[in-house]
Design a protein around this ligand. Structure first.
Ligand code: NDP
Length: 248
């Protein structure tokens, strides 16, 4: 049996790549999805093909009880949850803040910030040595939007992701002595379905060449950094956030 990682939003994009590479590195994988069960099952097949155990759970991360239940189900069916990759997220249509409806602002802050805080809290409740846990590792998926500040269409999303960076650094310091390493990554422009949700046509083709490295990133290029942070190779890395952005 391998160590167990819980990946939120493991059905598509960066989360799916994390599940596959974590399995390659010997992790058993619990993955959650919100709607797309077929996509989640395809990722699960790939994890099984790599010889690892896998658990697929429907879980809307904006429901705190569902998040707690996902942790409990993973513990009872697979075993001690050693790692969390808090990845699931959404984006709003690209538009000036003056035009963003309040429901969209709330949806993005709930999903991209509040839910990440809740997922981290549930992980710490189980991993902290003072609470009977054996320690662990958390990787939060932020965004370069937190550095670039989102001007020109993504200010609410950037606000949420800036909060995730504070979560990573603040909680990381708070729980380091509990045997928990909390780190984060800021992906830049990555070629996933999320690009379509911005409403910007051909965003990858248009903006990829403007990235200093000359192209958009692939989900696997983010996932490689995630699995390194999960591993013991990153044993002295805690409470910090790295860019994976092609120098964007
Ligand atoms: P995708 O749109 O490709 O995938 C999003 C994933 O999150 C899906 O698995 C989806 O599940 C899940 N999800 C969305 N909302 C919820 C919810 N409420 N509860 C549970 N699961 C949910 O996105 P990416 O892979 O591109 O993004 C992953 C992370 O990376 C996000 O946090 C995003 O902000 C961040 N990021 C992405 C960048 C990019 O350029 N793509 C750049 C910087 C950061 P389902 O499919 O079942 O609905």
């Amino acid at each position: 049996m391998g160590k167990i990682v819980l990946v939120t939003g493991g059905s598509r994009g960066i989360g799916a790549a994390v599940c596959r590479l974590a399995a390659r590195d010997g992790w058993d994988v619990a993955l959650t999805y919100r709607e797309r069960v077929e996509a989640a099952e395809r990722v699960a097949e790939d994890v099984r093909a790599l010889g690892r155990r896998v658990l697929v759970m429907r879980c809307d991360i904006t429901d705190p009880r569902a998040v707690a239940a996902a942790f409990d189900q993973t513990a009872s069916e697979l075993g001690y949850v050693e790692a969390l990759v808090s990845n699931a997220g959404v984006i709003h249509k690209a538009q000036p803040l003056a035009c963003v409806p309040i429901d969209e602002i709330r949806r993005v802050i709930e999903t991209d910030l509040v839910a990440h805080i809740v997922c981290n809290r549930e992980a710490v409740r189980r991993m902290a040595r003072s609470r009977g846990g054996r320690g662990g590792v958390i990787v939060n998926i932020s965004s370069m939007a937190s550095e670039l500040k989102g001007a020109g269409g993504f200010v609410p999303y950037a606000c949420a992701k800036a909060g995730v960076d504070v979560l990573t650094e603040g909680l990381g310091k708070e729980v380091a002595a509990e045997g928990i390493r909390v780190n984060g990554l800021r992906p830049g422009l990555i070629d996933t379905d999320m690009q379509e949700d911005t409403g910007v046509p051909e965003r990858i083709q248009r903006f990829g060449p403007t990235v200093p490295l000359g192209r958009a990133g692939r989900p696997e290029e983010v996932a490689e950094a995630v699995v390194w942070l999960l591993s013991d190779k990153a044993s002295y890395v805690a409470a910090t956030v790295f860019n994976v952005s092609g120098a964007r």
